[in-house]
Design a protein. Sequence first.
Length: 306
Amino acid sequence: MRHVTVMFCDLRSYTTIAEVLPIERLLQFLERYLTVMARIVHLFKGTVAEIQGDGLLCFWNAECDIENHAGRACAAACAMTQAVTMLSEEFAQQGLPCIKIGIGIHAGYGLSGIIGSREKLKWGVLGDTVNLTSRLESLCKFYQVNIVCSQAVHELLPVGFNSRRLDRVKVRGRQEPVNIFQIFGFSEQEMLEDSAGSADSVHVLHQRAYDSGLILTMDSETAWPFSWEASEADIAYNRLYEVGLEAYQNADFKTALAITQALLTLDPRENQVTELLSQEVRAMSRQQGGLSPAEHASWRGIRIFD
């Protein structure tokens, strides 16, 4: 058994894309997209174990020891989401569809090695860690975010990653709830200061990857620039969201409702995460008078996905 970080990456609306594109154009589209995604995973020392149509299953620390494997996986995910923006611009110029992706990341123990039947074998990882990662990736669409990671991953991240706790959820097939987080990027300055010049830090790896042309345009001459930083306003907004979420999960519906209303006023264009929380807070505020003391005391604010 090894402690691994697992990533599922899925291309949104692939069925529709495959329906409208001629097969030759679809092949061109997929080859470019998958090449870029796999290149990023490899540069952050991950392994692309499977390409499942439009999706990728990737592992860190499964074949050999990789320092800070959770941080590398999340840094790779940030690069992948930014690369998708660049790819969409490139595809638009070629008359191809713009794209969006969802990425789920979880860390835990799994059995790695050669698995399969007597007739067909493959290298991979078995265990609940892989199953939960798949569930987390599916939540990206519901919350309309690019990256969802588990608390197990979040606790392993080095200083400097920009994130927020999204929710506490119970996914299909699991009895215990899981705290989930959204990753936005990372502060290179904070990470550089924390790494103290380590030759194998995530910051240094990112710089090395960028210098070597992390993502290349079609002419293979120009490296795409990346912006990893979140603004101070965004960080403050996300911290306030977490305070509202904590109040909701502690059954302090009055405080949670006030905070979510303030958040919607501050940024009405924000994705549906805040609106989803606001809807539940309003619903529970209406029901609060009907909750028994025991129900109120046991309230944990868990969202259940069947």
